[in-house]
Write a protein that binds this ligand. Structure first.
Ligand SMILES: [Mg+2]
Length: 113
């Protein structure tokens, strides 16, 4: 499944209809959802570290995969609210990282390096 196809399918499950201004309740819901789901990923790992010294079971790995999918959903839907194809987000991210790698600043700090 490519990024745009995923975005199209994800939008079908947005209870707010898949679009809205960035000041809308629908968009704010997406921002909060992204943060919440990212937190769920971190929480799963926290418990793996705390309860089992970082040894992850297959069941825990499966739960993390599901939470990563939830993050993906919010990213794709937020992209649509910005009227950006999800493939463009992916493409620009890889271009940015490749550029940093080529300039040997991949390990540096700063958003605009
Ligand atoms: Mg979740």
């Amino acid at each position: 499944m490519d990024f745009n196809q995923y975005q199209k399918e994800a939008l079908k499950t947005d209870s707010y209809g898949g679009k809205g201004e960035i000041t809308s309740l629908a968009f704010i819901n997406k921002l909060l959802g992204l943060v919440g789901e990212s937190g769920e990923v971190a929480e799963k790992f926290k418990k793996i570290y705390r309860n089992n010294n970082g040894v992850m079971s297959l069941e825990e790995k499966d739960l993390i995969i599901k939470e990563l999918g939830d993050v993906l959903w919010y990213l794709s839907v937020i992209s649509n609210y910005l009227e950006v194809p999800f493939s463009e987000v992916a493409k620009k991210n890889i271009e940015k990282l490749r550029d940093r790698l080529e300039r040997n600043v991949i390990k540096s700090a700063g958003d605009t390096r």
